[in-house]
Write a new protein. Structure first.
Length: 346
């Protein structure tokens, strides 16, 4: 089992498996009108991270599901990463996760069941870290390995952070460096160096648990997490959701150090191009390097947060107090609606 590399058994990896934004939009369009429920506070109409349902007592239930194919070769790490990524959707709403159930697809005729057991063990490790129970799940015999979680959480309704509630003038922050999709491609091609290997695994298994604390900050206007659509894709969702645009300064965006050694050799995910083709008409002033990094599909990426500008100092002190000092600087701001949704500025 030690010689089995899970990434060689799947055509995609991590959140790079996600269907491109424009294709997903077509899938979700149909002629069947679904039921409406006044207690459903967040559905799929705003492209948010999770569904949210009013429980009628000042709190709400958060419900989400996320799964993908292996982004690493090690089964235990795959379970950890997929679980941290799924739980992130609850944190991205400002909530507290309560429990999870597993979604497992496994090619029984190709891969040992003992490896699937390692995936579950990794998942339990992350669930333990998040303080929740892995309470059950569902499995199928599939052509390729895949794993993820369905996660339920809870939140005081007053703390709920949507991705569509930002306002012009709000400052934009993120809480993790970008570039893990590029590192995932380097791993799959067998050229990821040892230093980046550690950075890669550490970031992919880091919980976004600070999101629960951010939920209690009244001056935070909107929040999401950066995953398969890349930083640009998820910022476009935030800006369009509130009828606005955004400006970002590329040199202020934290990028994993040394990633240029891969992009210079065109070691980038296919979904970089699929992402760009989905939103290229909405972006102004993309550059040679920023094209690869800002379109890069992130797995368990950082939170993206908008903050009322008068609370800039207070929020940056909050980040420093929560071991996120390196991210205590805005990468841009929300602006009035313009011809382009996102503009990169010098």
């Amino acid at each position: 089992m030690e010689n089995i590399k899970l990434t060689q058994y799947s055509h995609g990896s991590g959140c790079g498996c996600k269907i491109a934004p424009d294709v997903l939009e077509k899938i979700l369009k149909n002629n069947v009108t679904g039921l409406t429920d006044p207690l459903l506070l967040v559905g799929n109409n705003t492209k948010d991270d999770a569904a949210v349902y009013d429980l009628g007592n000042g709190t709400a239930l958060i419900s989400t599901v996320d799964f993908f194919m292996p982004i690493v070769d090690d089964a235990f790490d795959f379970g950890r990463i997929a679980s941290a990524n799924a739980i992130s959707d609850v944190y991205a709403m400002g909530g507290k996760p309560l429990m999870a159930t597993a979604v497992l697809g496994w090619p029984i005729d190709k891969l040992p069941v003992e490896l699937a057991q390692k995936v579950i063990e990794g998942a339990k490790t992350i669930c333990n870290k998040a303080g929740i129970v892995l309470a059950g799940g569902h499995s199928i015999d599939s052509l390729e390995p895949m794993f993820g979680l369905s996660v339920n959480g809870i939140i005081p309704i007053k703390n709920l952070k949507k991705n569509s509630a930002a306002k012009a003038g709000d400052l934009i922050y993120i809480t993790k460096k970008i570039g893990v999709g590029i590192l995932a491609t380097a791993l799959k091609r067998g050229v990821l160096n040892d230093n980046h290997q550690k950075i890669f695994i550490d970031q992919l298994t880091q919980l976004n648990s600070v999101g629960e604390k951010i939920g209690s900050l009244p001056y935070v206007t909107a929040m999401t997490d950066i995953t398969g659509f890349g930083l640009l894709g998820h910022l476009i969702e935030m800006a369009e959701g509130c009828g606005a645009s955004a400006e970002i300064k590329y040199e202020d965006i934290p990028v994993i150090e040394g990633i240029q050694e891969y992009t210079a050799k065109m070691i980038v995910p296919d979904n970089v191009y699929r992402n760009w083709n989905s939103y290229k008409d909405k972006v102004k002033n993309i550059g040679a390097e920023s094209f690869f990094t800002l379109c890069d599909p992130q797995t368990n990426g950082g939170l993206m947060i908008t903050v009322s500008p008068e609370f800039k100092t207070e929020f940056e002190e909050f980040l420093k107090a929560n071991s996120l000092a390196v991210f205590a600087k805005p990468i841009g701001k929300i602006t009035q609606k313009a011809d382009h949704v996102i503009e990169l500025i010098a």
